[in-house]
Design a protein around this ligand. Structure first.
Ligand code: G1P
Length: 265
């Protein structure tokens, strides 16, 4: 489990969902990642030890990671066949519900309350149009992301109808510089499309390709985020996440800022 300051990265992502009003979390880890499921579960041995040792602050921290009304379910992805396949693994649990997808290697630092994901959910509920969170990236990076095709770039905090979406286009062929961040609000019916989505980029079943199919018959919108992203899948993105969350940390923040000052040349 990747840790950012003193918390697993996944905790930030789950808390982002909870802040947007989501009460049921479905984790889809690979079978080698059981520690993620365990983290959100109770650990009676550890709890009893902390209680006996009167380490009540720590006990509170591990028992109050999420509010009591939030449930966490886990469904495994037996083989790494792509993001679309991972989403499909949750089909039986999702049933007929519309849902959000949050990729755990991207942390979102929200600039506002309600957060970006809340605004996407609100927009979905008002219009029934699927919402894909995007941000602008430099042209030289478009081949690392899903890229949306839109008539013009929306303002931050706004949604615009998408004309298309393409996974990791070659540089020079991308329809825009608006990249898919890894936050989606989707209708239950996308599961049917995923079942029939052939392997795409990287020989994987791509969520992007199922969204492109959905967009042939329904309105799908690109929502331009107001907050900031840290891609923990890249070394620099990870360091940026540590830096920002370290500075914002309620207990360590001030000392961490002093440390950064000390390092200034
Ligand atoms: C996935 C998605 C891609 C999106 C990216 C965001 O790609 O397929 O559309 O832009 O996450 O991080 P991956 O990073 O898993 O290759």
């Amino acid at each position: 489990m990747v840790t950012v300051v003193d918390r697993p990265a996944i905790e930030y992502v789950v808390k982002e969902a909870v802040a947007a009003g989501i009460e049921q979390i479905i984790l889809v880890p690979h079978s080698s990642k059981a520690s993620i499921e365990n983290y959100f579960d109770r650990n009676f041995e550890l709890e009893t030890t902390l209680e006996n040792k009167k380490k009540l602050d720590l006990l509170k921290e591990i028992t109050e990671i999420l509010p009591p009304y939030v449930s966490v379910i886990s469904v495994r992805q037996p083989q790494p066949l792509g993001l679309g396949h991972a989403v499909l693994c949750a089909k039986a649990v999702i049933g007929e519900d519309d849902f959000a997808v949050l990729l755990p290697d991207v942390l979102v630092k929200d600039s506002d309350t309600p957060n970006d994901l809340s605004l996407m959910i609100q927009r979905f509920n008002d219009t029934q149009a699927s919402q894909i969170m995007v941000e602008a990236v430099p042209d030289r990076l478009v081949d690392q992301y899903g890229i949306v095709d839109v008539k013009h770039s929306p303002n931050e905090g706004e949604s615009i109808v998408m004309q298309g979406i393409v996974e990791k286009p070659a540089i020079g062929t991308a329809p825009s510089n608006l990249s898919v961040v890894g936050r989606y609000v989707l209708p239950a019916k996308i599961m049917k499309l995923l079942e029939n989505t052939p392997k795409g980029a990287g020989n994987e079943i791509q969520l992007t390709d199922a969204i492109a199919l959905l967009q042939e018959t329904e309105t799908v919108e690109a929502y331009r985020m107001k907050g900031q992203t840290f891609d923990c899948g890249s070394k620099l993105g990870y360091l940026k996440a540590v830096l920002h969350n370290g500075v914002d940390h309620p207990k360590l923040g001030e000392d961490f800022k002093a440390l950064i000052k000390e390092l200034e040349l």
